[in-house]
Write a protein that binds this ligand. Structure first.
Ligand code: NI
Length: 168
């Protein structure tokens, strides 16, 4: 396994549409393992292949007790609404407010080509939507109805620090 470099906004690769995965081979397995390691190292919730410069429909998401691999994912159902803060490893130092469905059910293949269904609420549903949009070349900043100002961002970071101190 190896860490991959996460590209950031301004890099045109992030705006391209990814092709479906058709070869379930060793190369795909290596990509998925590398993406999982990169996600953990970056302390993120989700990562899509174009963020590591690979234009294939592959996503990894940390659902809490494991990191799931989503190859050729498709949303089957979505319902409800949530409104909250969102960030992206490819848009460092920024957060924006985005409305998303509160529940999402999707199907995806694993590295062997087997299909599975997954469902998630709140943060997981938000992450599913966010990561799948990466596969079509879209960033959450296009959907955000408000990007945090520098003051709002500083206040948020400061709140996190206070919380960390309380927990220490
Ligand atoms: Ni992202």
């Amino acid at each position: 396994m190896a860490l991959r470099k996460i590209i950031t906004v301004g890099n045109p690769t992030l705006n391209k549409t990814c092709r479906p995965v058709t070869n379930f081979d060793e190369r795909l397995a290596t990509l998925i393992d590398d993406m999982k390691e990169t996600l953990i190292q970056a302390n993120g919730v989700g990562l899509a292949a174009p963020q590591v410069s690979v234009l294939r429909r592959v996503v990894v998401v940390d659902i809490g007790d494991e990191i799931i691999e989503l190859v050729n994912p498709r949303i089957l159902e979505q319902s409800g609404e949530q409104d909250g803060l969102e960030g992206c490893l490819s848009v460092p130092g920024q957060y924006g407010q985005v409305k998303r469905p509160n529940y999402v059910k999707l199907e995806a293949q694993d590295r062997n080509g087997d299909w599975y269904e997954y469902e998630g609420e709140e943060l997981i549903a938000r992450c599913f939507c966010h990561e799948l949009e990466h596969l079509d070349g879209h960033l959450y900043t296009e959907k955000a109805y408000h990007m945090l100002t520098e003051e709002e961002y500083e206040a948020l970071m400061h709140a996190d620090e206070e919380e960390a101190e309380e927990q220490a």
